[in-house]
Design a protein around this ligand. Structure first.
Ligand code: HEC
Length: 223
């Protein structure tokens, strides 16, 4: 027999083992990947599901009436992962119907929704589930990316350089701006005495979180 072939045959089980080990590594995703999946699921939930299930899955006020009512999804220890996945894929017929998404969404998109709804279900009742940063907000690279974006897009017109002395409140030394709130404000904008435009369509989720990381960093500086 061809000697190279013999060597390859001897190596085959080892290669198989290596492939298996690599596979096992893929089964347990790093924490950041899990967070990114939940964040992506949340973005999609905001587009497709809030009309019936309410913001952050909290349910819709005046529940029980109208066709577009879905049950609340927070504090639902009865909602197992399999059931969540099954409902999203197949929906449910009835006078209050849950539309099926299995033919509309890719399986990765469905898994992102499952991850987010699972998180909602594990959230105690009444407590709103804010968005979740897909990376560590103290990461210096992210803070610097946010700083560059802030200098380019936000400073000058409304917010001052390094967030001081613009038409908006200073950011340095601010402790009353939780990360989730900052994220929501950048994402949706805000209508106060002045108008803060929404950036949700212009920036990706990650870019917004980098801005939040920078604002959190500024909040820790001396005013
Ligand atoms: C048109 C309104 C509507 C939309 C949009 C909608 N749902 Fe639903 N959803 C429902 C209704 C109604 C039910 C309850 C169905 C039943 O069990 O009778 C439901 C049930 C569910 C359940 C199971 C909850 C339970 O108590 O058993 C999950 C999970 C769920 N929806 C997730 C989603 C997700 C994720 C999206 C977005 C991709 C979505 N829904 C969009 C109306 C909606």
């Amino acid at each position: 027999m061809n000697p190279i072939r013999v060597i390859l045959q001897r190596l085959a089980p080892a290669a198989l083992l290596l492939a298996l080990i690599a596979d096992l590594g893929a089964v347990a995703p790093p924490a950041d990947e899990g967070k990114a999946r939940i964040a992506a699921g949340r973005a999609r939930f905001d587009q497709l599901c809030v009309s019936c299930h309410g913001e952050h899955g909290a349910g819709v006020a005046g529940s029980g009436s109208g066709a577009s009512y879905g049950p609340k999804l927070t504090a639902r220890s009865d909602l197992a992962e399999d059931k969540i996945r099954d409902r999203i894929i197949h929906g449910k017929h009835g006078d209050k119907a849950m539309p099926p998404w299995g033919t509309v969404l890719e399986s990765t998109e469905i898994e992102q929704l499952v991850a987010y709804v699972k998180r909602l279900a594990a959230t105690p009742g009444g407590q709103s589930t804010g968005p979740l940063a897909p990376f560590d907000l103290n990461d210096e690279t992210r803070i610097n990316a946010g700083k560059r974006r802030f200098a380019k897009t936000c400073a000058g017109y409304c917010h001052g350089f390094e967030g001081i002395g613009g038409r908006a409140p200073d950011f340095k030394g601010r402790t009353d701006l939780p990360a989730e709130m900052a994220y929501e404000t950048i994402y949706k904008g805000r209508q106060g005495a002045d108008v803060m435009p929404p950036w949700g369509a212009a920036f990706t989720e990650e870019q917004i979180w980098e801005l939040v990381a920078y604002l959190q960093y500024l909040g820790k500086q001396q005013p």
